[in-house]
Design a protein around this ligand. Structure first.
Ligand SMILES: Cc1cc2nc3c(=O)[nH]c(=O)nc-3n(C[C@H](O)[C@H](O)[C@H](O)COP(=O)(O)OP(=O)(O)OC[C@H]3O[C@@H](n4cnc5c(N)ncnc54)[C@H](O)[C@@H]3O)c2cc1C
Length: 328
């Protein structure tokens, strides 16, 4: 392990101030991803800024919806009464992730910034453009059973692993960040993560040194007809092969609003806009759900070993829609 300087921040402002001109600063939250990567030599840091005493631990009503602190743990977020009642989809997605022990440590900011679980990223003997830009992609011609079917290119076929992020995409969340010059800005969730393009080493559109302060949720519209379906190799300790988050607002049996997002299929939480377009304004029927799923999966581009995800994704969308519509 390489030597690094350790700093403990006492507030969000203090945390970004500590970034200053230091070369490779990383914020430390729950540490459940970052410390593993540092121990394995996959990520370096000249300085660690510990956020655990820096506040950002509140969940409370905002002007329009709900504000969730970046340092609130995944467990506390999923179990918070305002999240459970107003945003049950978020609760369900978080509880589908990791284990109780990890959720007790993991924070919201850290969760959406966790790095891919692509095995080639973790194998220092293999090329990986995400770990070492320009070195190539081991997964492209290698074992790519768990990899992307949407939005990938020749540079990277890794998927984003977070369950929570899939629900946040479906719920149209916003991420509030603070920069080292004291400026705050809001990033719509759909623009927070990025597709690999020519720079797969960048998972998101945060600028250097920016700190996530909170996640903002719009008014609690989707309280009833929601579902998070996670398909994985094992029931615990496994990331999604494919997941689907559905949030619908029904007027009688007509779909007034529909939000569908997928996990395990792209470099970022994948907003299923084609499916949404098919659903919106139409009465709930099994045929409509089949049509929406087929429309979305038409855009899939599978690799040598993951064509199964196209059919799995189709079925998962249909099932998640059915479950969401059926909730009383
Ligand atoms: C065995 C295992 C199984 C898992 N299974 C799942 C699963 O099924 N589903 C799932 O979604 N996750 C899963 N996880 C991942 C886990 O949820 C993440 O490791 C965790 O959410 C990361 O949060 P953290 O607070 O520990 O982040 P850290 O490890 O502290 O940080 C992660 C990254 O975020 C940055 N960061 C943290 N907070 C901020 C902030 N406020 N502003 C800016 N940057 C910040 C850090 O610098 C670092 O780069 C699993 C993890 C393990 C170890």
């Amino acid at each position: 392990m390489k030597l690094f300087e350790y700093h403990r921040a006492v507030s969000a402002e203090d945390a970004v101030r500590l970034v200053n001109d230091r070369p490779e600063v990383r914020f430390l939250a729950g540490g459940t991803n970052l410390l593993d990567l540092m121990k394995d030599g996959i990520r370096d840091a000249s300085d660690l800024v510990d956020l655990t005493r820096a506040g950002m631990t509140e969940i409370g009503k905002s002007k329009d919806g709900l504000s969730i602190g970046a340092l609130v743990t995944n467990a506390d977020t999923a179990n918070h009464p305002l999240v459970r009642s107003g945003y049950p989809l978020l609760s369900r997605a978080i509880l589908a992730g990791a284990t109780m022990q990890i959720r007790n440590m993991a924070t919201n900011g850290g969760n959406i910034l966790q790095r891919t679980r692509c095995p080639y990223y973790y194998d220092m003997a293999m090329p990986c453009n995400k770990r070492k830009p320009g070195s190539g992609c081991g997964a492209l011609e290698g074992l790519n059973r768990t990899h992307a079917i949407f939005g990938a290119g020749d540079s990277c076929v890794a998927v984003h692993p977070s369950d929570m992020a899939v629900a946040l995409a479906a719920l149209d969340a916003t991420v509030t960040v603070l920069a080292s010059d004291g400026q705050a800005r809001s990033i719509p969730f759909a623009e927070f993560h990025r597709l690999p393009g020519e720079n797969p080493e960048q998972d998101n559109n945060l600028r250097k040194g920016e700190l996530i302060v909170s996640i903002e949720l719009p008014p609690p519209v989707f309280t009833k007809h929601v579902y998070y379906l996670k398909v994985r190799d094992r029931t615990s300790y496994a990331f999604a092969l494919v997941s689907v988050a559905v949030a619908m607002e029904l007027d009688g049996d007509v779909i007034k609003a529909a939000r569908v997002a997928m996990g395990g299929v792209a470099h970022k939480p994948w907003l299923a806009t084609r499916a949404q377009d098919v659903l919106r304004g139409n009465p709930v029927t099994p045929e409509l759900f089949e049509k929406a799923a087929a429309a979305e999966m038409e855009g899939a581009r599978p690799l040598a070993h993951n064509a199964y995800k196209v059919e799995l994704g189709r079925r998962a969308i249909v099932r998640a829609l059915r479950e969401a519509a059926a909730v009383a």
